[in-house]
Design a protein around this ligand. Sequence first.
Ligand code: LLP
Length: 409
Amino acid sequence: MQNEHFLTLAEHFGTPLFVYDAGMVLERYNDLKRFIDHPRLELHYALKANFNPALLTALRDAGCGIDAVSPGEVEYALHLGFAPEKIIYTANNMTDAEFEKVYASGVVMNIGELSRLRKAGFAHPGMSVCLRFNPDVTDGDSAKTMTGGELTKFGILLEDIDKVLDIVREYRLKVVGLHEHTGSGIQKPESFHAAMKALMSIATPENFPDLEFLDFGGGFKVPYKPDEQPIDYVTLGSGIAERFKEFEKSYGRQLKIKFEPGKFMVAQCGTLLTRVNTIKRNRKRLIAGTDSGFPQLIRPVLYDAYHQIFNLSNPEGREEIYDICGNICETGDRFAEQRPMPEIREGDLLGIANAGAYCYSMGGIYNLRAMPSEVVVKGGKVISLRRRATDKDLIDNITGTTESCDMAL
Ligand code: LLP
């Protein structure tokens, strides 16, 4: 989108404001389908990345499925009209109550612990399940988002395959799918292949005769830094499709191949617009103070993630070095530290790029500041507005869920 569009949206809807381009999300969905050219490819968008309803309905209409990670996400996807067979529930540490709730909805469950698998079999002998394995491949853009290897809580170890098979036999479970997810922001294309190889090595007809699909998770990275080399997804995608076709031959039957992209689908479609209201020189530091803060876009603070920031009001200004800070009562509340930027003046509008994935969805109301409004743009039009809560809404929510108790202990 052009600068002037952002300036218009900020003027009309106020700031801070999340702006999403639904057309771009659909483009990414179609890109992945084209790159991984396999007739039985199914994509399940990782809803946790961005749960904006207008984006989700656009994806639903395009035929995309959902990767859900909580009963709340499952219920939301069903509510939006995704059919149960379009949803996979990848739980971790779920309770018995959560398990039963999702089981009743008919959504296939992806189980990543021996203990839960045993409980599932005991409760519902003969049920269909997907099994999540730890591929023992470690990759991702932050140690906090790598999900394979020694240090992660996710998945069943490949070496525990015999224990899995014992439970499957004991409860006559129908294993319809096998799953792995290596991490978010996978840096090396080889990691995709290594993880696929690991999962395929146990996906034999002897071990699992009832397979309908293999699911290789998400993790397709997008560039965040201006000089970052994008991955060659055309080559990666055709390698993936080729390897899967070879696998199908050795398995002896056609299967579906699934992926669960989040970041790739939505990161680049989003921009957080925030206005600078205070410029301050603090001896060595020039500080631009904005009307947003880390609870609204936490990735820089949580992962040391880099997000490009544009001065939309003064793109040609003389370069200076800024700390770009938020309005939260913490020193660490920075979107960028010592960042060269075109001169920022009070009142300028900044655009924080790649704010479509894991920004709003990881947000909170720390310091009692409501999350920003969200607008969705498609084909040069604003098609949806999700309004920011007022201070009164926040207070009503807090007080309305509080009651006095009189319980002796
Ligand atoms: N499938 C499973 C089982 C997952 O756990 C995830 C992400 C995905 C798919 C989607 O991964 P993606 O394609 O988005 O990389 N908050 C972090 C990312 C956390 C990812 C959690 N799981 C961030 O902002 O970088």
